[in-house]
Design a binder for this molecule. Sequence first.
Ligand code: NAG
Ligand code: NAG
Ligand code: NAG
Ligand code: NAG
Ligand code: NAG
Ligand code: NAG
Ligand code: ZN
Length: 273
Amino acid sequence: MVQLYSILALGLSLVYTASAACNYGTADFPREPNVPIGAFGYTGLDGPLNWYSLNKSANILCAEGHFQSPINLNSSIPVAPGNRSLTLNITSYAEGAEFENLGTTLEVPANGTFTTANNTYNLAQFHFHTPSEHRIDLEYYPMELHFVFQAADKSIAVVAFVIGLGPADPLLTSVFEYAVGAATPGEATLTGPLVFADLEDHFSSSNVFEYSGSLTTPPCSENVLWYVSAQPLTVDQGTYTKVKRILKFNSRYTQNTPGGMDLLQNSANAINS
Ligand SMILES: *[C@@H]1O[C@H](CO)[C@@H](O)[C@H](O)[C@H]1NC(C)=O
Ligand SMILES: *[C@@H]1O[C@H](CO)[C@@H](O)[C@H](O)[C@H]1NC(C)=O
Ligand SMILES: *[C@@H]1O[C@H](CO)[C@@H](O)[C@H](O)[C@H]1NC(C)=O
Ligand SMILES: *[C@@H]1O[C@H](CO)[C@@H](O)[C@H](O)[C@H]1NC(C)=O
Ligand SMILES: *[C@@H]1O[C@H](CO)[C@@H](O)[C@H](O)[C@H]1NC(C)=O
Ligand SMILES: *[C@@H]1O[C@H](CO)[C@@H](O)[C@H](O)[C@H]1NC(C)=O
Ligand SMILES: [Zn+2]
């Protein structure tokens, strides 16, 4: 999910994070009850097939967009070359950061920058999906990580990593260290120490799929620039099981290829013809 709300609410959440931080860092990691819970969902009439109906004026692109995300990534999608000018720089949090259960995702507000040839973006937050939203050569992954950035001109870029099962990744293990403290939507806890150097190196040494798509949550706004690492991260079975038990399922279905008719509109046309 890429939640525009979180970007718009950034100013608010920074104040909130700062005040909450005074209560953290102690042994018992008290819960914070004031995390907003998403109004949409992933099942039945709250789910992606019906997001348009939840608010027809706001969510029109969820049913009629032609550049929607997520998609299947394959050789039809351009890959940034090895000498590309894409730089990821995420601030480390030696004493941990706020970890929020928004119901629709698990999210960590954080600072950092992402620089492309054309723009500099500031990090709003990063969050997770299970299973993955993007697919690579049609294959899905157990999890996906989205870093959501916004530039001064308000344009949005997302740096994404699919996550497979394998060796424990120290960063991911630490992100979810105290996740059971925020097992219920609306709760917050703290992460373990966060150091992003290995992740930045992984990104700079990976091929990166680049395409223009959308938020994967309502209102499904377009002109979102996606940078998806072609090389997965890994997470160990124990961390994955812990995350899946809390997050359950929050993955939008695979959208049509960029420029193609929205799959919902295509279905509606077929039903009405
Ligand atoms: C639908 O979205 C519009 C535009 O964002 C907003 O003004 C309106 O309050 C929303 N309606 C409902 C029922 O949420
Ligand atoms: C890539 O996947 C899309 C479907 O998502 C398909 O239409 C296209 O033909 C594929 N391209 C290649 C080169 O396999
Ligand atoms: C990458 O480097 C090669 C060789 O120096 C150069 O020809 C090419 O234009 C570069 N590509 C980009 C995107 O900078
Ligand atoms: C990353 O950002 C920090 C804070 O803005 C800055 O001090 C540091 O020099 C940056 N690192 C790189 C490699 O650009
Ligand atoms: C991000 O940086 C701003 C400005 O330095 C600071 O006020 C805020 O607390 C930081 N947010 C996080 C999540 O670290
Ligand atoms: C930079 O912006 C120009 C003009 O909008 C565009 O043609 C070009 O593709 C962009 N380059 C990258 C790497 O996004
Ligand atoms: Zn996302």
